[in-house]
Design a protein around this ligand. Structure first.
Ligand code: NAD
Length: 323
C-alpha cells in the first residue's frame, strides 16, 4: 500500500485531497495547525502541529512514498491583496516549504507535489480583462502583483533546487482559483466564489449584494474535483511542471455575481464598491497541461457554482438556526 503525507490537510484542498488518496487506496497521514473545520478529514493518521517548526516537521515528514505540500498562509483578495498580511504570508509559507524540503532530505523521502499559484504571473500580462496571458513560460521576467505570488515563485525555485541538487522528484502546479464545498466561506480569508455564494444566500429578496471593484475584472475558476484530477495526473506522469491547473472558462466578476444570484433564485442587484481586486484579468492557459498530460477540465463553471451554493446555503441556514 502506498503511503502519502498531506501537509495542509486541515484546509480546503488538503481535506479533499486526503479523501481522493484514500479512495485510490493510499494510507494517508494529514498534518495541519488546525483540524478541518467541516470534518472533511478521512486520513488514517492526523497530526496537529506547526510546519514552521523544523523539529516538528522532521518528526512528521517521514516514512511515506509521496508528500503533498499544500500548507500555506493564504486567503482571498481581502487577505492577500491589502498588504496587511504580507510579512506573515511570506514568512509563514516560506518556513513551511523550507522545513518540509529539509525534513524530506533528512528522512530520505524523495517525491513531492507543491501547490503554487496563478498569482506568480506578471501583472503587466494581466492588464487587459479580455486577454490575459498566463502561459507558463510568461512567468519570467518575474513581476507578481502580491507578496503571496513572490513567495510562491521563490518556493517553486526552492523545490526545483532540491530536485537538481538532491535528486528529488518534484511536481509543481500553479492552481487557478479552486473552489467548491467545504472551503472557507466567511471570516475574511474566503475567495470570490464562496463570498458571492454567501452574499447571495444571506441577502433578503429585493436587496443588493456588494461586489469589490468595478466588476469588469475577469477570472477563471476550477471545481475542486477537477483540480484533484489534474494533481493526480501530474503525480503519475513523468512531467515535473510548473504547469497550470485551472479552467479556461473566463468570466467577469459582475457576471459571476449574477450567476450566484440566479442560482439563489432571488431578485438581487449588484452594488460595486471599492475593494482589493488583484489583476484586471486572469485565466488559466491549458495548452501545456493538455500537451503533457492530455488533460483538460470539463465541468461548466455554473455546475460547480450550483454545488457550492447549495453547501454554503446550508451553512448560512445552520448559523441562522443556531442564533
Ligand atoms: P487553505 O487555507 O484552506 O489550506 C491551507 C492549510 O494550510 C490550512 O488548513 C492551514 O491551517 C494550513 N497551514 C498554514 N500554515 C501552516 C503551518 N505553519 N503548519 C501547518 N499547517 C499550516 O487553502 P487551500 O485553498 O486549501 O489551498 C491549499 C494550497 O493551494 C495552498 O498552498 C494555496 O496557496 C494553494 N493555492 C490555492 C488556490 C485556491 O484557489 N484555493 C489557488 C492557488 C494556490
Amino acid at each position: 500500500m502506498k503511503k502519502a503525507l498531506v501537509c495542509g490537510a486541515g484546509g480546503f484542498i488538503g481535506g479533499h485531497l486526503v479523501n481522493r488518496l484514500k479512495q485510490e487506496g493510499y494510507w494517508v497521514r494529514g498534518v495541519d495547525v488546525k483540524e478541518n473545520e467541516y470534518g472533511n478529514n478521512a486520513s488514517d493518521e492526523f497530526i496537529l502541529g506547526d510546519l514552521r517548526d523544523p523539529a516538528f516537521t522532521i518528526s512528521v515528514v517521514k516514512d511515506v512514498d509521496e508528500v503533498y505540500q499544500l500548507a500555506a498562509d493564504m486567503g482571498g483578495a481581502g487577505y492577500i491583496f491589502t498588504g496587511n498580511h504580507d510579512a506573515d504570508v511570506m514568512h509563514n509559507s516560506a518556513m513551511c516549504n523550507l522545513n518540509v524540503l529539509e525534513a524530506m532530505r533528512v528522512n530520505n523521502v524523495k517525491k513531492v507535489f507543491y501547490s503554487s499559484s496563478a498569482c506568480i504571473y506578471p501583472e503587466h500580462n494581466q492588464l487587459d480583462p479580455d486577454n490575459p496571458n498566463c502561459e507558463e513560460a510568461s512567468a519570467y521576467p518575474a513581476a507578481p502583483d502580491s507578496e503571496y505570488g513572490w513567495e510562491k515563485l521563490f518556493s517553486e525555485r526552492l523545490y526545483f533546487s532540491y530536485a537538481r541538487n538532491y535528486g528529488f522528484e518534484v511536481k509543481v502546479a500553479r492552481f487557478h482559483n479552486i473552489f467548491g464545498p467545504q472551503g472557507t466561506w466567511k471570516g475574511g480569508k474566503e475567495k470570490s466564489p464562496a463570498a458571492l455564494c454567501r452574499k447571495a444566500a444571506e441577502a433578503e429578496n429585493g436587496t443588493s449584494i456588494e461586489v469589490w471593484g468595478d466588476g469588469v475584472q475577469t477570472r477563471s475558476f476550477l471545481y475542486i474535483d477537477e483540480c484533484l484530477d489534474g494533481v493526480r495526473k501530474l503525480m503519475q506522469s513523468e512531467f515535473a511542471g510548473p504547469v497550470n491547473i485551472g479552467s479556461e472558462e473566463m468570466i467577469s466578476i459582475n457576471d459571476f455575481a449574477k450567476m450566484a444570484i440566479e442560482i439563489s433564485g432571488k431578485k438581487l442587484s449588484i452594488h460595486n464598491i471599492p475593494g482589493p481586486t488583484g489583476v484586471r484579468g486572469r485565466r488559466s492557459d491549458n495548452k501545456l497541461i493538455f500537451e503533457k498530460l492530455g488533460w483538460a477540465p470539463s465541468m461548466p463553471l455554473k455546475q460547480g457554482m450550483e454545488k457550492t451554493f447549495q453547501w454554503i446555503n446550508q451553512q448560512v441556514t445552520k448559523e441562522l438556526v443556531a442564533k
